[in-house]
Ligand binder design. Structure first.
Ligand SMILES: [Zn+2]
Length: 487
């Protein structure tokens, strides 16, 4: 049901493992949570989905089903509380319009109710849950080239829902885990020698089966999605384009688009080669960082997207006539603006989710295309200020991963760099980064505040006082007024 699924495991796997983890709360930053408002808006939605689903549970395993949907509801409420959703009227309106067009064109085919929400998750993925909730990540919206590609992805998710892939997968897993036969099997394993080893082997067999079915489900969903899309006024040939984009996106996602040495080399604070040396990262927060063996293939539950793109054009859409259909019926300008919002929100979503390493990495990549974007420069400063606070409070590893084997080499090098920086260096890099930006950026409240905070971290009292005065003068109703009183 997940769309790209190279980065994320499948829903039922998560459900059955009870692994619906809420993102970490960000305590290191100066972020004001929007969670209260989200919770208020979304609570009736999640409660409604829960009530509607538990009213029609299958006859078998009712207790287990109820627990599953209770956990699902609770994890969603937690996510709302953490501000994980993108509640932007323009973005929701844009996606709802696409959904309406797909429904209009397929009156007899789309029978099951769905609910669509957009997350602030930077990971390029979409997920359909068995209760009809489709989650479209901002990171995926940000990666689409046009409206027709968004439409294809929605068609694919709708196809999963119509084909009941989610409920079927759960029913199958429940059978495999809780049926009398499964219980007998586990009981017999428990009596044998090397019981835990055998139990693991038994469960990995189940996981393998599950993945095989997931692959079959993807092909089915693509094939039905092609039918849905071809009936709309969208350019269905964009389906292959979307799949080709997904084929490379996981690599693209972690490919550095900036040069560390030039980005962090400043006239008054030159780049230090030792920041790239591996041995500096062996100790962090008192714990040794091990290179855990990551089996990357284990996460790949789907057939490769390039193959799916070929199937799409050569089989599912064979003979399809484009007939001058538009890639962007709602207009290129609107698409560009929606994508811009999605891109920025995905970055903030990474920050608020506690993934400051990823937020900073993606922000610097984005700056390659938008070097004059003050919001992005301010976000770089915000990340360094947050990392400084995290390092000072000995919680750095909550926000920056260790550079493990299995990461893309470029991303591993990036984590290596962040893990090498000591407290004073984090303050200095952030401060010099902001201080060498265009001084016209000081007209922006967020930028001005981050530079003020960076100057404080650098323990520069005169400069801190100067920026504080400027902030209070330029932003008499600024949101950081209370915070900076103590500076
Ligand atoms: Zn899928």
């Amino acid at each position: 049901m997940c769309f790209s699924l190279k980065l994320i495991g499948c829903l039922t796997l998560f459900v059955l493992a009870g692994a619906f983890s809420a993102p970490a709360q960000t305590t290191a930053g100066d972020h004001t949570p929007t969670g209260v408002e989200q919770l208020e808006t979304l609570r009736p939605v999640f409660e409604g989905l829960f009530e509607a689903t538990v009213a029609h549970l299958p006859a078998n395993y009712r207790k287990e089903y109820r627990q599953l949907y209770t956990d699902l509801r609770d994890s969603r409420l937690k996510e709302a509380e953490n501000g994980c959703f993108l509640l932007d009227k323009d973005v929701s309106g844009y996606l709802e319009a696409i959904l309406r067009e797909i429904k209009r064109a397929n009156p007899g085919l789309l029978k099951r109710e769905v609910r669509l929400l957009i997350t602030r998750d930077p990971v390029p993925n979409a997920t359909t849950f068995p209760d009809g909730l489709i989650l479209f990540n901002a990171g995926l919206l940000a990666a689409c080239a046009n409206e027709s590609q968004v439409a294809f992805i929605l068609c694919h998710e709708l196809a999963h829902h119509e084909l009941e892939h989610g409920p079927r997968a759960i029913a199958k897993r429940f059978d495999l885990l809780y049926s009398k036969k499964a219980k007998r099997e586990m009981a017999s394993i428990a009596r044998q020698k090397n019981a835990s080893e055998k139990a693991r082997a038994y469960l990995s067999e189940l996981t393998y089966e599950h993945r095989r079915h997931s692959r079959e489900n993807e092909s089915e969903a693509d094939s039905l999605a092609a039918v849905f899309l071809a009936r709309t006024r969208y350019d269905a040939s964009q389906a292959s384009g979307a799949l080709r984009m997904l084929d490379t996106i996981d690599n693209d996602f972690h490919t550095p688009r900036f040069d560390l040495k030039t980005t962090f080399d400043f006239p008054d604070y030159p780049f230090k080669i030792k920041w790239l040396e591996e041995e500096n990262t062996l100790f962090r927060d008192g714990a040794r960082v091990f290179d855990g063996a990551l089996n990357k293939d284990s996460l790949k539950t789907h057939p490769d997207c390039r193959h799916r793109a070929t199937l799409m054009s050569d089989r599912y859409l064979k003979g399809y006539q484009q007939d001058g259909r538009l890639s962007d019926p709602q207009g290129l300008e609107l698409f560009a603006s929606i994508r811009q919002t999605a891109r920025y929100e995905a970055l903030l979503g990474a920050f608020d989710g506690g993934n400051i390493d990823l937020c900073l990495f993606l922000t610097l990549a984005r700056l390659r295309e938008q070097s004059g974007n003050v919001r992005l420069h301010a976000l770089v400063g915000r990340c360094f200020n947050a990392l400084y606070a995290a390092q000072r409070d000995h919680v750095f590893s909550r926000y920056v991963q260790a550079p493990r084997v299995g990461f893309e080499p470029g991303y591993k090098g990036w984590l290596q760099f962040l893990n090498t920086l000591r407290l004073r260096e984090l303050a200095a890099v952030g401060y010099h980064y902001l201080n060498t930006c265009d001084q016209a950026f000081l007209q922006d409240e967020e930028f001005q505040y981050q530079l003020l905070a960076a100057a404080k971290n650098m323990e520069l009292p005169d400069e801190t006082a100067r920026h504080k005065t400027a902030y209070l003068r330029n932003f008499p109703k600024g949101k950081y007024r209370a915070v900076i009183q103590s500076f």
